[in-house]
Write a protein that binds this ligand. Structure first.
Ligand code: CU
Length: 528
């Protein structure tokens, strides 16, 4: 692996080989570890999605048994959220934040190492129970949905494994978030005021506060599960006077901000890329910062829109409905700002820009269906159908995942010193973008027609669109294997990146000189 490193990594006596990666405190090394970890999990979670789409290819039960199917939907969600998307963004943060603010490294480099190395062990704790029991993969893993609703999750006899894994994931996230905040508040180059920070830094700064606020809530929720399961309490068990709906309240007080943890850094990425390829500064910088902060605030007061069907008082339903649709306002500010940035720019359409533009279109589509479900009476119809599955996959796949891919294409020349082959990048883009819509768009139709989510079989009227969706799914999965080929090819060689990657237009992302990655040090523009 020919990762770009600074010269001081190679001082005498520094560990080499595997020990370098285990003991590294360098933000670029740790960023690389996070990104590969995320990619491996994308492939594992993706393989589980392929099992789901294979089972749903036609009605009837043919590929897996129902419990195994439940385990696939559960593990697919958990692995994609905690294993792929979140570590992907933390990897980008590690690589870019110190360089973007002119810091030599993260504020707490040893804790940075620890934040990463907890993750593989958490992943093993999470996945290991799948391989226990009688036959190979006979379905002993968690199968209660990634939302781990009590009382169903309390039925799981290896729940302690699961809870320990969630705690470790939480430790990792909280330590990572503390590190990001400490770095941004203490290590900015002279002259870089908060309102001069690149938007990617701003969005991560706000995201880090969300993480510190809500990961302990998730920890609380699973700890209450733990004591209900093993220590005789009855937080969620109705038989002992507990309230199962309370679990949903606590879970979604974590879970809704979690959605924004996975999308705010995406907004940051897109806000870096669009100005570069439109050759104009970002339109409405300060409104972007305030919109991000508004979204973060609103994300704490809308949680029960996930629970419109539990039987809340009408006043509660109305409150959560109005609060939810208010999020459309700052989100629209962002989308209009991206469009205004492109307006009359001298635009070019290199691979990172294509992914960023696809993000703006397709994330907005996911936002619109989110609004549809935010309308409480309408949600009574959509709740727990494939419509929600379509919605959150637009937001998380063509939103979060597309932005991570865009960021990788955008920064890979700086990280590796090599340009990505544009033909390969564009093949990956069009292959993914067409297939992802074939995969998820029909799920709106079958959802509105009433097909329930998380069920391995369905009635025959849903057959045609499920088959189309599965074909799109297999094609999209294959496209990400092609991405692996593009990545390896770029890392191993390819056209040398010049000091002016993207013809120097990315200079717009640096508001003051900062130690850019070592291949492109000279491209940072001078102070304006
Ligand atoms: Cu929500």
């Amino acid at each position: 692996m020919s990762t770009a490193t600074t010269h001081d990594d190679h001082h005498h006596g520094a560990p080499s080989g595997i020990m370098r990666w285990i003991t590294t405190t360098n933000h670029k090394d740790i960023g690389t570890l996070y990104l590969w970890f995320a990619f491996i999990n994308l492939l594992i979670g993706g393989a589980m999605a392929m099992v789901i789409r294979a089972e749903l290819f036609q009605p009837g039960m043919q590929v897996v048994d129902p419990n195994f199917f439940n385990m696939m939907t559960t593990m697919h969600g958990l692995i994609m959220i905690f294993g792929a998307v979140m570590p992907g963004f933390v990897g980008l943060a590690n690589w870019q934040i110190p360089m973007m603010i002119g810091a030599p490294d993260m504020a707490l480099p040893r804790m940075n190492n620890w934040s990463f190395w907890i993750l593989p062990f958490a992943a093993i704790m999470l996945i290991a129970p799948m391989f226990t029991g009688g036959a190979f993969l006979d379905g002993q893993g968690p199968a209660f949905g990634w939302t781990m609703y009590a009382p169903l999750s309390l039925q799981y006899d290896k729940l302690s494994f699961f809870i320990f894994a969630v705690h470790m994931l939480g430790f990792s996230s909280i330590m990572g978030a503390i590190n990001i905040i400490a770095t941004i508040l203490n290590m900015r180059a002279p002259g870089m005021t908060l309102m001069k920070m690149p938007l990617f830094v701003w969005t991560w700064f706000i995201t880090a506060f969300l993480l510190i606020a809500v990961m302990p809530v998730l920890a609380g929720a699973v700890t209450m599960l733990l004591t209900d399961k093993y220590f005789g309490t009855s937080f969620f068990a109705a038989a002992g006077g507990g309230d199962p709906v309370m679990f949903q309240h606590v879970f979604w007080f974590f879970g809704h901000p979690e959605v924004y943890i996975m999308i705010l850094p995406a907004f940051g990425v897109v806000s870096q890329i669009i100005p570069t390829f439109a050759r104009k500064p970002l339109f409405g910088y300060s409104s972007m910062v305030y919109a991000t902060a508004s979204i973060a605030f609103l994300s704490f007061i809308v949680w029960a829109h996930h629970m419109f069907t539990v039987g809340m008082p009408v006043a509660g339903e109305l409150y959560f409905m109005y609060a939810t649709v208010m999020i459309a306002v700052p989100t629209a500010v962002k989308v209009f700002n991206w469009m205004a940035t492109m307006w009359r720019g001298s635009m070019t359409f290199e691979t990172p820009m294509l992914w960023a533009i696809a993000f703006v279109f397709l994330f907005s589509l996911g936002g619109f269906t989110g609004l549809m479900m935010g309308i409480a009476p309408a949600d009574m119809q959509y709740h727990d159908t494939y419509f929600i599955v379509a919605h959150f996959h637009y937001v998380l796949v063509t939103g979060a995942v597309f932005s991570i891919i865009a960021a990788v294409y955008y920064w890979l020349p700086k990280w590796t010193g090599h340009m990505v082959n544009e033909t390969h990048g564009k093949i990956h883009f069009w292959w993914s973008t067409i297939s992802v819509n074939v995969l998820f768009f029909p799920q709106h139709f079958i959802g509105l027609a009433g097909m329930p989510r998380r069920i391995p079989d369905y009635s025959v009227q849903f057959a045609d669109w499920n088959m189309v969706s599965s074909i799109g799914g297999f094609a999209f999965g294959l496209a990400q294997v092609y991405f692996l080929f593009v990545l390896i090819k770029t890392i191993k060689g390819g056209e040398k990146a010049t000091d002016q990657v993207w013809e120097g237009a990315e200079g717009l992302e640096w508001t003051i000189p900062s130690p850019a990655p070592y291949h492109t040090f000279e491209t940072a523009p001078t102070v304006k």
